[in-house]
Design a protein around this ligand. Structure first.
Ligand SMILES: Cc1cc2nc3c(=O)[nH]c(=O)nc-3n(C[C@H](O)[C@H](O)[C@H](O)COP(=O)(O)O)c2cc1C
Length: 143
């Protein structure tokens, strides 16, 4: 490892959507995320259905940790729970500063069949990662 380079990490969490979250809040979250993540060198994906968020964030450890602390305090969602925190050599999700996958607009795949839908509280770390890979490929094809 190059000691002069800040270390990269990947962080995945899920949360419960706040009951007073409106459709327009989603646009706000995405717009501010893109702007700030570009500034901070963070990339990732945000999955949303009417009940849950699940997000993957990749970037330098300090920036990702700082952002995660802010996210946990954001009143637009609650019960934020960490699924994965891992130091990485290379990013897997570097196509977007942030992109939003609205479910169930994204069609089902084997994870949906396995879990009976988008249920991040049941996802193993491995399946969360598989799911984000599926979403990334879907969004790239749809673009
Ligand atoms: C589900 C969810 C995902 C978010 N993702 C990001 C993100 O990727 N980047 C970001 O800058 N803010 C994101 N935010 C917004 C942050 O929680 C926070 O409002 C923003 O970073 C400004 O924080 P500050 O006012 O403490 O500086 C997200 C909020 C929610 C509810």
């Amino acid at each position: 490892m190059d000691a002069s380079k800040p270390r990269l990490c990947r962080l995945i969490y899920f949360s419960s959507v706040s009951s007073h979250l409106q459709e327009s809040d989603l646009d706000d979250i995405l717009a501010e995320s893109i702007k700030r993540n570009e500034r901070d060198g963070i990339t990732g994906l945000l999955a949303y259905d009417q009940f849950n968020f699940m997000q993957v964030l990749e970037g330098e450890e300090e920036a990702v940790n700082r952002l995660y602390l802010g996210i946990t305090a954001d009143p637009r969602h609650q019960d934020v729970r960490l699924i994965q925190y891992e130091q990485i050599d290379h990013r897997q999700f570097d196509d977007w500063a942030m992109a939003l996958a609205k479910l169930p607009e994204v069609p089902g795949n084997y994870i949906n069949k396995l879990y009976g839908g988008f249920k991040p509280q049941l996802f193993s770390t491995r399946d969360a990662l598989i799911y984000f890979n599926f979403l990334r490929n879907y969004l790239k094809r749809a673009a």
